[in-house]
Structure formats: structure tokens, C-alpha cells
Design a protein around this ligand. Structure first.
Ligand SMILES: Nc1ncnc2c1ncn2[C@@H]1O[C@H](COP(=O)(O)OP(=O)(O)OP(=O)(O)O)[C@@H](O)[C@H]1O
Ligand SMILES: [Mg+2]
Length: 340
């Protein structure tokens, strides 16, 4: 019986961590019936219907840019995922869930509520960079500044953590999904071919690049000619993808610069000495660490298994809740947030 659970409800996927391992990782996608809005498929099966649904069905992404956009669908999806991860064997689990930094109490409350409605109990919500800090094992009694950058699908969260709290942060709405959108636009413009989001993501993962590659690579992909409406194959090179996404890469670099510009100079001095920690699935884009390092002049360390550092850290935070209280961080549990 699992009793302590970390949950990362991201823009692209839900990851659940329990008993020292990832027990569930599924896309946040739900296919619904257009008339009744009844969920029909969840997760991988729903994601595969993206852009391929008949007129009677819609594929919904219930989390938009890190926040719940479709409450009822998120609740149904989480119920389904909790059951998939634990069957009926779960009794009053303690949950630590994460949100991007800088959101309102209401948004924290909304996440706690949806998890409770999905069967959770004792729910706490913390900001994701703090979860990453727990996972890194940072000394929460130290005033040293640590820069954590989480490049997810929908948000780039940049935070300076010190004394177990967030000293400076911002959550930017430019992230890995925007690379996909730029690739779609580029191929339409240059080849008059329309491709779906899954193809764009595949191109990004296989040959995408934040720096000019020494050895160019290319791949063949399929789409639909916008004039003839017929299927068509095309070849695309890594240099083309680089050109298509470079503006978005630069805008992510700029997000980091903005947070550094609003950070206390002493904390910046610590960061200059230690470098930054890069995490989130988007940090795996080829050469992104090199590009960010070049742009900021800072050392960049990509965390191992970057898609899981938030959820793993949430599980660690659950074991050390007292640390959050000691350092005057307001732990938002559902009880504390209850409206009088
Ligand atoms: N090897 C890779 N190269 C480039 N991008 C990748 C790679 N692997 C995964 N990604 C991208 O990482 C993103 C998912 O990252 P992550 O799981 O951190 O996002 P999330 O937590 O769901 O979103 P957010 O934190 O923004 O709410 C997807 O857009 C995916 O395409
Ligand atoms: Mg995330």
C-alpha cells in the first residue's frame, strides 16, 4: 500500500512517484465526445487521436501552460491515472503536488481540490523549483543562492532558491511546445506541407538543435500538401530546424537573464560560482545547455532524468515537510487554504 506520493501534473504529462520509483507517466490528453463532453480515452491512446479525431470527438489537453484549464476533465483523468497506478490498493495517500512558481493561492487550491476529488487525501502543493531543490539535497539552512531552470512543455520556470525559499522567480510561457509550433510553421511556409503536432515533436527530438551542429543530420517526415490535400513526404535537415526554432531558444535564454537581473547581487555571485541546474523535458534539446551557457556566461548542469526531477523532489519534500515550515515557507495544504 502506497502512502506517500509525489505528483507532477505538467502541461504535457502526469508523472506519479511512489516507493522510490516512477509508477506512472502518461500524457495529459483526454478524448471526449463533443455532445456529452464525456471522456472516452485517456493518456497515450488519447494523444494518438490528436489531430486525427472524427467530427464527433475532440482531444483535450486539460492542462494549459502548467495550470488546470479543464477542471472536470482533469479530475476524471487523475481518477483514471490513480487507479492505473495503484488499483484499488490505495488508502488515504499523502500527496505532494507541484505547480509553476508565482501562481495564485486560488490556483494552488484548485490543484489540491482536483487531487482530493480524484481520491487523494492530505494534499500539499509546492512550487516546482522548490521540489527540485529538495531533490538536489540543497542545504535549506544556507543562504546560498541556487539557480534552477525547468524547461517543460508549456512553461519555463526560472527560480533562485535560497534558505529553502524562493528568492526570485518567474514562470514564462515560452517552452518546448513552442519549438513544435515553430517547426509546424516553418514546414508550412517552406514546403507548403501541413504536419501534425506529433510529427513536429518527433522532428524536434530527433534532429532539433539549439546550436549549429558540426555534422548536419536530416530525416524524412510525412505531412499533407496544403494545395493538393494529398499526403507528401519531405526531407528536413537539422540546420533548417535550428533556423526555425532559434528565436524561441533565444527567448528562453532571455527569460533566464530577466530573473538574474532581478536577483540580489550576492545571490548572483553564488550562482556565478556554482552555475545553474537545468531540468524539464525541454532541457534535452540538443545543444540547449551549451547555448544557455554561452548566452549567460554561466556553467550549466543538466540534471539526470530531467523529466522526473520535479516529481522525485516532490516525494523528497513530503518526507521533510518540517523544513518548509522552519524556513517560513507557507506550506499550502488543503486545510490551511480552506476559505473561512
Ligand atoms: N530529447 C528531447 N529533446 C527535446 N525535447 C524533448 C526531448 N524529450 C522530451 N522533450 C520535450 O519535453 C517536453 C516535456 O517536458 P516535461 O515533461 O518537463 O513537461 P511538463 O512538465 O509536462 O510541462 P510544464 O512543466 O511546462 O508544465 C515535451 O514538449 C517534449 O517534446
Ligand atoms: Mg513540468
Amino acid at each position: 500500500m502506497a502512502t506517500e506520493i509525489g505528483i507532477d501534473l505538467g502541461t504535457s504529462k502526469t508523472v506519479i512517484f511512489s516507493s522510490s520509483k516512477v509508477v506512472l507517466e502518461l500524457p495529459n490528453a483526454v478524448t471526449v465526445d463533443n455532445d456529452s463532453w464525456e471522456p472516452l480515452y485517456f493518456g497515450e491512446k488519447a494523444k494518438q487521436t490528436l489531430g486525427r479525431t472524427p467530427d464527433s470527438l475532440t482531444c483535450v489537453s486539460p492542462i494549459e501552460r502548467g495550470v488546470i484549464a479543464e477542471y472536470d476533465i482533469t479530475e476524471a483523468m487523475l481518477k483514471h491515472y490513480m487507479k492505473e497506478a495503484f488499483g484499488n490498493k490505495i488508502l488515504r495517500p499523502q500527496i505532494m503536488a507541484t505547480l509553476p512558481p508565482g501562481l495564485t493561492e486560488l490556483q494552488h487550491h484548485s490543484l489540491a481540490n482536483v487531487l482530493e476529488a480524484a481520491g487523494g487525501r492530505n494534499i500539499s502543493v509546492i512550487e516546482s523549483p522548490l521540489a527540485v531543490a529538495f531533490g538536489l539535497g540543497l542545504d535549506f539552512s544556507s543562504p546560498r543562492g541556487t539557480l534552477i531552470v525547468d524547461i517543460g512543455a508549456g512553461t519555463t520556470d526560472v527560480a533562485v532558491v535560497s534558505l529553502g525559499g524562493i528568492a526570485a522567480c518567474d514562470s514564462f510561457k515560452t517552452a518546448s511546445l513552442d519549438f513544435d509550433a515553430q517547426i509546424i510553421r516553418y514546414i508550412r511556409r517552406e514546403y507548403n506541407i501541413e504536419i501534425g503536432p506529433l510529427t513536429a515533436e518527433n522532428i524536434k527530438i530527433k534532429i532539433g538543435s539549439a546550436v549549429k551542429r558540426d555534422i548536419e543530420v536530416a530525416m524524412v517526415a510525412k505531412g499533407r500538401n496544403v494545395f493538393t490535400g494529398l499526403p507528401e513526404s519531405f526531407e528536413i535537415s537539422s540546420t533548417e530546424v535550428y533556423n526555425a526554432i532559434i528565436d524561441t531558444v533565444n527567448s528562453i535564454c532571455d527569460s533566464i537573464r530577466k530573473v538574474l537581473a532581478s536577483t540580489d547581487p550576492d545571490l548572483v555571485a553564488d550562482i556565478t560560482a556554482d552555475g545553474m541546474y537545468l531540468t524539464g523535458g525541454g532541457s534535452q534539446l540538443f545543444g540547449l545547455d551549451e547555448k544557455i551557457s554561452e548566452y549567460t556566461g554561466l556553467k550549466v548542469t543538466v540534471l539526470p532524468d530531467p523529466e522526473y526531477s520535479v516529481v522525485k523532489g516532490a516525494a523528497v519534500a513530503l518526507k521533510h515537510k518540517e523544513l518548509l515550515k522552519n524556513v517560513d515557507y507557507q506550506l499550502r495544504s488543503i486545510k490551511e487554504l480552506e476559505v473561512e
